[in-house]
Design a protein around this ligand. Structure first.
Ligand SMILES: Cc1cc2nc3c(=O)[nH]c(=O)nc-3n(C[C@H](O)[C@H](O)[C@H](O)COP(=O)(O)O)c2cc1C
Ligand code: SF4
Length: 518
């Protein structure tokens, strides 16, 4: 059998040098006259070990990482094609602690299979969910998704089954499935990883959504900063179409479903579902007032399901293993698993899929290993730029939508950015207001004007001008933005601002006191 070598083509791994490693391995193979198959797989998400190269041996896969081009010669000398020992040797990938501790349902194949091989996809359970769905009525599919407890992974945590039911129950000569792959939150990369590492799972999830709701056309709206994901998705759609997974007769059934990949021009607000629809229609991305809901009048005025990549990519495993299986994971009203993205100043950065319920402390300290700088963790921002900053005192909060909301925080798209004790939370609060001012679509006053006034008021605190009065003004402004904004960009910017003020009051004291305190 020809040896198989897996080298990630994932853009995170590429950023860490995977392409150079691939070239060095191909060169070494040629020089030594060895015939081998190089598979460009996705990443398993342990980014601190990327580029992680794996070889398929008689005893299963053996991983090495992080591999540098300069390691390649010695890897061959040490017999890495048969799993030989080397300083980069990691052993069986599934036993690497960061990976072994996970519950991989949505990401089961990511980093394991050849992303563009439908055969490989099927061999690892792919298309089982779609096949099962085709044997059910649309209403039964929707009932399964509702029963699983799946909630939207894009940020709002809205029950996916209820959204699908609204579209199923709404009459329309044309309906659409829109996949939100704008992934604008800081520290997030789960959508990108799935699109690059297991694109068929998204195609399968969207096709099931189409069959369940009566939609025959799907669009994936991908941010322009993801060229690799766009390329992989486009190729995967072609492969799926040729194989009859997409097209006039999905897997030979009476159902039609096809899809296209569209690239956004780059605006955080275009991740908001209605601004996304405007952008997809070729207009400037502006938030639409609701009602009407997109489920009633969405893309081109037709009933539309808009779901995040991970929401849709979680559907195949639900339809394969059953709603009860999926629902069994998690806590409270947060069911199933969530791909937590650990980023920022952290030792073990990467994607960690786990059932809801781990505490923030377990995620940061046990899984993430604390800060990369080795200094104490001061704050973690959970849920993107609109998420709250949590201090260590809140590290006992379980990863659960309601538990985070009870502490004035949000899970969002499950991105966590870690900061050490050198972080200045006043600067972070200012940044939140500035971000909102830059990214605001401008439709409503609290966000458009409020964010700019917020930056100015915080600057006055920095300059020591009536700090107490201006701090009260920021608080007042946050209340206006929270309750008066049309969408969550203006409405949630108060979370990072107010959590900074509440949990890190020393950082908002006038400069001389702050210096004295330090
Ligand atoms: C400013 C803003 C940006 C957003 N960005 C994204 C995004 O990048 N990706 C995403 O899936 N949802 C994003 N959302 C949430 C979407 O509006 C919407 O709730 C989501 O796409 C619905 O899918 P889900 O139910 O599967 O989560 C954003 C919301 C706001 C207010
Ligand atoms: S809150 Fe901001 S982004 Fe949202 S509609 Fe208003 S101006 Fe636009």
């Amino acid at each position: 059998m020809i040896p198989r070598i897996y080298i990630p083509g994932d853009s995170g791994a590429l950023a860490l040098g995977a392409e150079k490693v691939a070239k060095a391995i191909a060169g070494e193979l040629a020089e030594r006259g060895i015939e081998a198959k190089i598979v460009r797989n996705g990443s398993r998400g342990a980014y601190f070990l990327e580029p992680m190269v794996e070889v398929a041996t008689a005893n299963g896969r053996v991983a090495y990482g992080p591999v540098k081009p300069s390691d390649v010669k010695s890897l061959f000398d040490g017999g890495f094609l048969t799993g030989g020992h080397h300083k980069r040797w990691l052993g069986t990938p599934d036993k690497i602690p960061f990976l072994a501790k996970q519950t991989r349902l949505t990401f089961a194949r990511c980093g394991v299979t050849d992303p563009l091989s439908l055969e490989s996809y099927k061999k690892h359970g792919g298309l089982n969910g779609l096949t099962n769905a085709l044997a059910l009525t649309p209403a039964d599919i929707v009932a399964q998704v509702t029963e699983s407890g799946l909630r939207g992974r894009g940020g709002a945590g809205f029950p996916t089954g209820i959204k699908w039911k609204t579209v199923l129950d709404t009459a329309g000569d044309r309906k659409y499935i829109v996949c939100n792959a704008d992934e604008g939150d800081s520290g997030t990369f789960a959508d990108r990883m799935i699109m690059e590492g297991d694109p068929f799972v998204l195609i399968e999830g969207m096709t099931i959504a189409g069959i369940a709701t009566g939609a025959t056309k799907g669009f994936v709206y991908v941010r322009s900063e993801y060229p690799h994901a766009v390329a992989v998705m486009n190729k995967a759609v072609e492969v799926a179409r040729k194989a009859g997974v997409l097209g006039a007769s999905v897997l030979g059934s009476p159902y039609a479903f096809d899809m296209e990949i569209r690239v956004g021009a780059g605006a955080y607000v275009c991740g908001e579902e209605t601004a996304l629809l405007d952008s997809l229609e070729g207009k400037r991305g502006m938030v639409r007032a609701k009602p009407p809901l997109p489920a009633h009048k969405g893309l081109f005025g037709k009933p539309t399901v808009i779901n995040n990549v991970i929401s849709l990519a979680s559907v195949p495993v639900i339809m394969d293993k059953g709603a009860a299986f999926y629902k069994d994971f998690g806590m409270g009203r947060s069911r199933g698993t969530i791909p937590i993205q650990i980023a920022g100043n952290v030792k073990y950065a990467g994607l960690f899929e786990a059932a809801f319920g781990m505490t923030l402390g377990e995620i940061i300290d046990d899984i993430g290993g604390g800060t990369a700088t080795g200094r104490p963790v001061k704050a973690v921002q959970v849920g993107g730029p609109l998420g709250a900053y949590f201090p260590r005192a809140l590290f006992d909060t379980p990863f659960d939508y309601e538990a985070f909301a009870a502490k004035d925080g949000l899970i969002g798209h499950a991105g966590i950015v870690v900061f050490d004790d050198t972080a200045d939370m006043l600067k972070q609060a200012r940044f939140a207001m500035e971000f909102c001012a830059i990214e605001s679509c401008g439709k409503c006053t609290p966000c458009r004007i409020g964010s700019t006034r917020g930056v100015e008021t915080i600057d006055r605190i920095v300059a020591g001008i009536e700090p107490e009065k201006n701090l009260a003004l920021v608080t007042d402004l946050c209340n206006t933005m929270k309750f008066g904004s049309l969408c969550a960009l203006g409405g949630f910017t108060p979370y990072p601002v107010m959590s900074s003020i509440t949990h890190f009051p020393d950082d908002f004291k006038p400069a001389p006191v702050r210096v004295a305190a330090e």
